[in-house]
Design a protein around this ligand. Structure first.
Ligand code: ADP
Ligand code: MG
Length: 340
């Protein structure tokens, strides 16, 4: 008889492997950290990027902050304050819930966290490298949380070498940042790239946020849409036909404030425009769908951009009708076929 061979992996290795799923590139870190800041109730979130996130990604928020114990605990795998029971999965309103992001990030980078809850006199400073806590100490800090992620993938050379050029990585970062900024117009966002202010978004409503992100010309190009039933509500803006582009920029779906991709729902939108658009152009839209969380499964993919939902067909038809109605009200199309 030979000795048994099966052993549990050490945490640092398990976390590094898990990180491969959650963190593909600097933009994934941006998404996770900015979503955490939103979940923490921040109304000001600053993002600081150096070298397209390869040397520094820092997110500073004025949210709820963490106690010293929670700050240390937040770095553990499956550690979350957002989910307690299996039932909670069906009523979730936070962006995160898996408790994997921080554990993944600290496994593959050099991380410095400073955090303080408003009522506490002192905050906590933590320095972590490759899942190992180097420093944990009380420290003066403004209320909220700052997390600086340096030298992403420094200990995973294969991953680091796989990163694309700075311009490509920065484009991915901007995309993630803009998606979250569109979903949270009441939060003030600032993006600094290589020590320069790149994008500053003041708090406002969705219309103002869209114009701040995409430019003043959208002032005259946005058509509001709004309909609701007891299981589904739809809101947001679609572009007038003149806002359509030949390239695929400017299509955003959010389900319960979470950005998703859906070629199925995209099809519903293009069908709503029907002959208003030429075949090779894409309509502009920023559409929010609110659905009872019990009717959708956000658990499908670790980065959670695809979700499954019940009643797909119904949502398709309702979305199409809502857009037709909106375009009709804006006198862009007759409303007579709304009921069809
Ligand atoms: P998840 O977001 O899925 O819970 P994370 O690994 O992203 O998992 O974060 C773990 C926990 O750390 C969160 O549940 C939250 O309690 C805490 N946390 C993370 N970031 C922040 C932040 N910016 N402000 C306050 N708490 C935070
Ligand atoms: Mg999170």
């Amino acid at each position: 008889m030979t000795d048994n061979l099966v052993q549990l992996l050490p945490d640092a290795i398990a976390n590094q492997i898990a990180a491969g799923e959650v963190i593909q590139r600097p933009a994934s870190v941006v998404k996770e950290l900015v979503e955490n800041a939103v979940d923490a109730g921040a109304d000001e979130i600053n993002l600081i990027i150096k070298d397209a996130g390869k040397t520094l990604i820092q997110v500073i928020d004025n949210g709820c902050g963490m106690s010293e114990t929670d700050a240390r605990m937040s770095l553990e795998r499956h550690a979350t304050s957002k989910l307690r029971t299996a039932e909670d999965l069906f009523t979730l309103h936070t962006m995160g819930f898996r408790g994997e992001a921080l554990a993944s990030i600290v496994a593959i980078a050099q991380v410095e966290m400073k955090t303080r809850r408003a009522p506490d006199e002192l905050g906590t400073r933590l320095v972590v490298e490759a899942s190992e806590v180097i420093t944990q100490e009380p420290a003066a800090a403004p209320p909220g949380t700052s997390i600086a992620v340096r030298n992403l993938f420094y200990n995973v050379p294969a991953r680091r070498n796989f990163l694309k050029s700075d311009s490509v990585e920065l484009r991915h970062i901007r995309e993630e940042y803009i998606r979250i900024a569109l979903a949270h117009p009441s939060v003030r966002f600032e993006l600094h790239v290589n020590d320069k202010l790149d994008l500053s978004l003041t708090a406002g409503n969705l219309r103002q946020r869209i114009i701040a992100v995409f430019g003043k010309k959208y002032r005259d190009l946005l058509v509001p849409i709004e309909e609701s039933t007891d299981v589904l509500s739809i809101g947001g803006y679609v572009g007038k036909p003149e806002a359509a582009r030949k390239s695929k920029v400017g299509q955003f779906f959010f389900i319960n404030d979470r950005y998703i991709r859906s070629s199925y729902l995209h099809h519903a939108v293009t069908m709503a425009y029907d002959e208003l658009l030429s075949k090779d152009s894409y309509p502009f839209y920023v559409i929010f769908l609110e659905i009872d969380p019990a009717r959708i499964d956000v658990n499908v993919h670790p980065t959670k951009q695809e979700i499954k939902f019940e009643d797909e067909r119904l949502i398709y038809n309702y979305l199409k009708a809502t857009i037709r109605h909106g375009l009709g009200r804006a006198s862009i199309m007759p409303t007579i076929d709304f009921e069809s």
